[in-house]
Write a protein that binds this ligand. Sequence first.
Ligand SMILES: C[S@@+](CC[C@H](N)C(=O)[O-])C[C@H]1O[C@@H](n2cnc3c(N)ncnc32)[C@H](O)[C@@H]1O
Length: 352
Amino acid sequence: MKVLELFGGIGACSAALKRLGFNLDIECVEIDRFAVQSFNAVHGTNFVPTDIRDWDKDIEVDLIMHGSPCQDFSVAGLNKGGDEGSGTRSSLMYETLRIVEKLRPKYVIWENVKNLLSAKHRHNFDAYQARMVELGYNDHYQVLNARDYGVPQNRERVFTISIRSDLPDTFVFPEKQPLTVRLSDILEQNVDKKYYLSEKALDCFLSDGTGNYPRRERFFSNIFRKNQNIGNSITTNAGSRPTDNFVVASRGRDPENSSRRTAGGTFKQRLEPRLDGVTNTLTTVQKDNLIAELRDCRIRKLTPRECWRLMGFSDEDFDKASKVCSNTQLYRQAGNSIVVNVLEAIFKNLLF
Ligand SMILES: C[S@@+](CC[C@H](N)C(=O)[O-])C[C@H]1O[C@@H](n2cnc3c(N)ncnc32)[C@H](O)[C@@H]1O
């Protein structure tokens, strides 16, 4: 199968297809040199960084995957939008349409943030779909959450599947699957001290912040969620914001020798009855006690390997990428990628 990964990142699409047993001939268009280094290491390819605006090959392709830049559609981003000709990174999805028109692959898969369906950005989503219909494709779209496809991460993304209209189209989105892997199952056993939050970082997360941003409560809820089986969405700088995932080990335990370092861990179990209604019922005094206790324990962010696992990549893939990229890049690449298991579930319904 000839696959063209536009905005290829680390190649979640190729990873999913390979896992399903496809023999792939891959073409990748990706501008970031570190992402390309990881892509090449993981997939055994030899691409060079390329700006999609300069890419104009005339090749035969079965499937185009594009997880086009989402910053300008994202709630977490600047919300600048992706109008054609606006010059924003998200407007680069119009480059995909140019390439689809030229190559006319059998299938086109587009992944992006759910906020693309919001009132502010919906016109770009509609414009994309209308253009795909003009180009002779049938579209299906749905918001899928990674937690429903075997990965303990709350990550909702909109997936658009376009099938060339001369092909049979019986596509339905995959059924949700029961989650059998917990966040704690993906955690590493021996974690370097550098992943633990410094006093300064803890101070920052515990401070009340200003205006409408309830920093402290958000941070609490990301350590001590009642259902700690599922983590929050992996971001491009995991552990830098109170809304990222954090793991707790109680004081007195050497974090490198602790046998019970689960998400929330022993400390969570000790505090859980008091934390059941953290946003409603905790009194100021209780909150202060909690802060005191939090200061008394070790809290760490996820490691890059854990982030890659939460994106559905194998340890083997991670090992290859970690030989050629720094942790900063590995976090970024995981946060930018697509959960492999979700694509795998889609491809099972689309290609078999
Ligand atoms: C959301 S990520 C896609 C990740 C990818 N689908 C994966 O499986 O990892 C968007 C990617 O688009 C790349 N990108 C941004 N501008 C680009 C451009 N002008 N040309 C090619 N790639 C670009 C970014 O470097 C980033 O890796």
